[in-house]
Design a protein around this ligand. Structure first.
Ligand SMILES: Cc1cc2nc3c(=O)[nH]c(=O)nc-3n(C[C@H](O)[C@H](O)[C@H](O)COP(=O)(O)O)c2cc1C
Length: 165
């Protein structure tokens, strides 16, 4: 069985991709982005409003089949931007589509200052998995790409992840 797969979704600025790539460079895992079958269209504000409707209704959009099968890996890291205090809908679909029992999971989120209950909700969705060190990374509150969390905190998390593997 292969060691570790990092799966992430990103929409606004690639903030979540940035953290996923940083983890990948440090641990040497396979890396894959979640893509929606019908990607969002429209302005930032329109997607913020659509995202709110989707989160509130528990909507799970169709996502494309991944190139890597999570079933082949011992450890799955999953990263999401925070959407309305929880994971983005595409990540909800990904977690619902796969069986994480007996696996190790590492969960991370990016956010703009209101992380909500994202990591807890993700952990609940990974039934039967052993959750390792998780991380919430803050970017600026206007939805931009300025990193607010200290790099040393991200480095410390990466060290913890390596210990957990
Ligand atoms: C639909 C939507 C909802 C959001 N909801 C929140 C939120 O509840 N709390 C928060 O801190 N940031 C929220 N944000 C900001 C993003 O979580 C933040 O900018 C994130 O780092 C974007 O990651 P990305 O560039 O990987 O998409 C929201 C952004 C969008 C587009």
């Amino acid at each position: 069985m292969k060691k570790m797969l990092i799966v992430y979704y990103t929409w606004s600025n690639g903030n979540t991709e940035r953290i996923a790539s940083q983890l990948q460079r440090a641990v040497g895992a396979d890396l894959e982005r979640i893509e929606m079958v019908h990607p969002y269209e429209g302005s930032y504000d329109e997607v913020v409003a659509q995202g709110q409707r989707e989160v509130n209704s528990g909507f799970m959009p169709d996502i494309k089949t991944l190139q890597h099968d999570p079933a082949d890996y011992e450890v799955i890291a999953v990263g999401t931007p925070t959407w309305w205090y929880t994971m983005a809908p595409a990540v909800k679909t990904f977690l619902a589509d796969h069986d994480f029992s007996g696996k190790k999971v590492i969960l991370f989120q990016t956010h703009g200052g209101w992380p909500g209950h994202t990591l807890k909700n993700m952990e609940k969705a990974c039934k039967g998995a052993a959750a390792g060190p998780s991380l919430a990374v803050q970017f600026d509150s206007s939805g931009g790409s300025k990193l607010m969390t200290a790099e040393k905190d991200i480095d410390a998390w990466i060290r913890d992840v390596k210990q957990f593997l």
